[in-house]
Design a protein around this ligand. Structure first.
Ligand code: ZN
Length: 292
């Protein structure tokens, strides 16, 4: 059905109260697993390039893989948004937009005035190109994909201190013109020994005040009931990555432990099948199956 920006996907989801899965691309096989799950479930999906992961690991070779991925998205049977996750500066975000992404995120900074000024500059450029912009108010804690967190108590304290403030979020949205906003309500990037507490009341307060769709990062690890509850209260886009990588890792370990002579192609095939199953399950839980 084709390439889409975030608005086309999120507004319908917000109106009909279902959630949209957004996940990070790290290689071509993973992209195919996610896309074919979305097509089988007839669900819209958001595929993200993570600027921090690009710089740290270069998992996804943007220069080589973006064009084939863009073609896959264009040919897809469901709406696909190609989104930049955690863009760091005007210059880098402009380059990703010029390369053909349909949506971008500008990472939040703790100084609200600075956050507003940066986001406004991005919006002015992006929206001229029909590219949507996600802002962030209240820093989302944790480092993506880092397994184990020794100092968990500190992290919970940090998360509670970094909760998004409703008035700040409202001022940010009104002053910048962003299309959606990432909020800090208790989720965090990467792995945690214990789940931080979700602030459900805060989600309700935010969605009452702000009409733009709300986004959470670090959506891995909640219960089915919690996903349904936060979507009911107004979360529209859920960034979920760690749990998919985890599904592939677990399947890889099991496949090798059961059969020492197994080939790499078979291990990879099984790991990607596990990712696909996990995505299909999430699309059902988030309620986006059948909505494309
Ligand atoms: Zn994030």
């Amino acid at each position: 059905m084709s390439l889409s920006n975030l608005n086309k996907i999120l507004y319908k989801a917000q109106k009909e109260k279902y959630g949209i899965l957004a996940t990070v691309l790290f290689n071509f096989d993973f992209t195919q697993a996610v896309l074919s799950a979305a097509e089988e479930k007839r669900s819209p999906v958001v595929l993200m390039i993570s600027e921090p992961l690009q710089e740290k690991n270069n998992y996804f070779n943007f220069k080589r893989l973006f064009e084939p991925v863009r073609k896959m998205a264009e040919d897809s049977a469901v709406p696909v948004c190609l989104h930049l996750d955690h863009g760091s500066s005007y210059e880098s975000i402009r380059d990703y937009i010029n390369a053909g992404l349909t949506s971008v995120m500008i990472s939040g900074v703790s100084d609200l005035n600075k956050n507003i000024a940066e986001a406004k500059k991005i919006c002015d450029f992006a929206q001229r190109h029909d590219v949507t912009v996600e802002g962030e108010v209240g820093m989302i804690e944790g480092e993506g994909g880092v397994e184990g967190n020794e100092d968990f108590r500190t992290s919970v304290d940090k998360i509670e201190k970094s909760y998004t403030r409703v008035e700040e979020a409202n001022r940010f949205v009104n002053s910048t013109g962003v299309d959606c906003i990432a909020v800090s309500i208790g989720t965090s990037h990467g792995y945690f020994a214990e789940k931080p507490p979700l602030n459900l009341e805060l989600i309700s307060q935010l969605s009452e005040k702000i009409k733009e769709p709300l986004v959470i990062h670090g959506a891995t690890g909640l219960s089915e009931a919690e996903y349904r509850e936060i979507i009911k209260r107004g979360i529209v886009k859920l960034n979920y990555y760690t749990g998919l990588i985890n599904a592939a890792t677990v399947k890889t370990k099991i496949s090798i432990s059961k059969n020492n002579n197994i080939s790499y192609t078979e291990v990879n095939h099984r790991a990607m099948a596990a990712v696909k199953d996990k995505v299909k399950n999430l699309l059902d839980i988030f309620g986006s199956s059948g909505k494309a």
